[in-house]
Design a protein around this ligand. Structure first.
Ligand code: ADP
Ligand code: MG
Length: 238
């Protein structure tokens, strides 16, 4: 089980309020997409969920427990960013196993876990390669593999496909959807791309200037946008 609740989450940087009292529920095993224009606060919200940034106000709950004061490593989450810096001097296997090595997991156990993730991501033939010998899509899969081996209850993706070309983005969308089915995990996915939101989400959260404009299924938002902003962003053109 992994549910997430945000209660009145606010973030101020100095005098500027960039997240303005957000309430939100993410259900167990849901694929939720945060969508909104650049600068609306998507990454700030994700970083607060991940524990990389503190909330100025409000509560963050996982499975009903308040986790505001729990460190990022102990939240049971794994985050995949747009810039998925891999360690250039390490092989794919060592990149994927690195967090386990830090945690003192034995070599045999690391290898077993990496192989399991590599199988899901079709990285098995590439485990001995260094990152520079991989394509962009393969590198991104390694970054996702690093997240998988941590067994997170919730995956956080912040524009993970933005650096890939259009064809690869389409392929990775399909792979992420398959991953969601196979892992039975809760996933929160940030994008400024409406098509990505429409094709991947169980539930879309439309953000604008630090507030939630509307929450709903892709079809609900498409056919019944609540206001002009949502209509302009993902609504039907009628
Ligand atoms: P998005 O991910 O939707 O593009 P961000 O969450 O990165 O938006 O940024 C939201 C707003 O908060 C922007 O106006 C940005 O300039 C501001 N912001 C983000 N991080 C900081 C920070 N560390 N200090 C000051 N302002 C910030
Ligand atoms: Mg961002």
């Amino acid at each position: 089980m992994a549910t997430l609740q945000l209660h009145n989450i606010t973030k101020r940087f100095g005098d500027t309020e960039v997240i303005k009292g957000i309430d939100l529920e993410v259900n167990d095993r849901e694929f939720v997409v945060f969508v909104g224009p650049s600068g609306c606060g998507k990454s700030t919200l994700m970083r607060m969920i991940a524990g990389l940034e503190s909330a100025t106000d409000g509560d963050i709950l996982i499975d009903g427990q308040r986790i505001n004061d729990v460190g990022p490593a102990d939240r049971g989450l794994a985050m995949v960013f747009q810039s998925y810096a891999l360690y250039p001097h390490m092989t794919v296997e060592d990149n994927m196993g690195f967090s386990m090595r830090l945690a003192g997991v034995s070599k045999e156990k690391r290898r077993a876990k990496v192989l399991e993730a590599a199988k899901i991501l079709q990285l098995e033939p590439l485990l001995d390669r260094k990152p520079k010998a991989l394509s962009g899509g393969q590198r991104q899969r390694v970054a996702i593999g690093r997240a998988i081996v941590r067994n997170p209850s919730i995956f956080l993706f912040d524009e993970p496909l933005s650096n890939l070309d259009a064809a690869l983005r389409v392929q990775m969308r399909i792979e992420l959807a398959r991953l969601h089915d196979e892992l039975d995990a809760t996933m929160i996915y940030v994008t400024h791309d409406q098509i990505e939101a429409m094709t991947m989400a169980d539930k879309i959260v439309v953000l604008h200037d630090g507030v939630v404009e509307q929450v709903g299924s892709p079809m609900a938002l498409y056919h019944h946008p609540r206001n002009r902003f949502v209509a302009g962003f993902i609504g039907s053109p009628k």
